[in-house]
Write a protein of this length. Structure first.
Length: 216
């Protein structure tokens, strides 16, 4: 009796079918993975937003300033574990799932997000005077892009900031990103809008309600 065996043609057909199935499944897997990362990213920003609200409550509504730049005086260090009140109790909240750098609890911890630079550099640091807290960007991913690769460079030892310009999207082929607003809520927006310094301009004064804390 002859033993059954695959012929070369049958083997090639099987390999072709497997390749087709992989090509179908891979985009689905990548989409599901990206959605999971986006949810985690939004949760991180939400924790940062809640921590900031608590920080302001304990500090007479006074925001961070440009004097808080390095080491234990950076915004992440003042909010994170080991701060006066542990406003954000887990360092994971400062590390985006889109950040391919390894997570570490040893200094200097990686920080994937940046505070709105116009808040840090504003001459008015009293947050109660900011007219549009629900429209004002507090923090977002501080990634830039090199082709399809996202680049994160922030650490807890320095003030990582965001400002309109070259911030990369992390969602949807780098076209979208999550943002936390001063009132603590999180939203998703287009990268092109985020990098527009005139985005959501105040119709009365012309300044961006999204970027400028002193927009009137």
């Amino acid at each position: 009796m002859k033993k059954g065996a695959f012929t070369l043609i049958e083997l090639l057909v099987v390999i072709a079918i497997i390749a087709i199935l992989v090509s179908i499944a891979l985009p689905v897997y990548q989409t599901v993975q990206e959605k999971a990362h986006a949810v985690k990213d939004a949760n991180n920003l939400r924790q940062i937003g809640i921590g900031m609200v608590a920080y302001l409550g304990d500090n007479s509504d006074t925001m961070f300033s440009t004097a808080s730049t390095t080491g234990s005086n950076s915004w992440a260090a003042q909010l994170g574990p080991g701060s006066a009140a542990n406003y954000v109790s887990d360092w994971h909240a400062f590390w985006s799932p889109f950040d391919t750098r390894p997570f570490t609890t040893s200094p200097p911890q990686n920080v994937s997000y940046g505070i709105n630079n116009m808040i840090l550099t504003s001459s008015n640091s009293n947050s109660t005077s900011f007219r549009y807290p629900s429209s004002l960007c507090l923090a977002a991913s501080n990634a830039t892009a090199n082709g399809n690769n996202l680049i994160f460079a922030g650490t807890v030892a320095s003030n990582t900031v965001v400002q309109p310009g070259s911030v990369a999207g992390t969602i949807g082929n780098q076209q979208l990103l999550n943002v936390v607003y001063l009132d603590g809520h999180v939203g998703t927006m287009k990268k092109s809008d985020f990098n527009n310094q005139n985005y959501n301009a105040d119709p009365n004064g012309g300044a961006s309600e999204f970027w400028d804390p002193t927009a009137q």
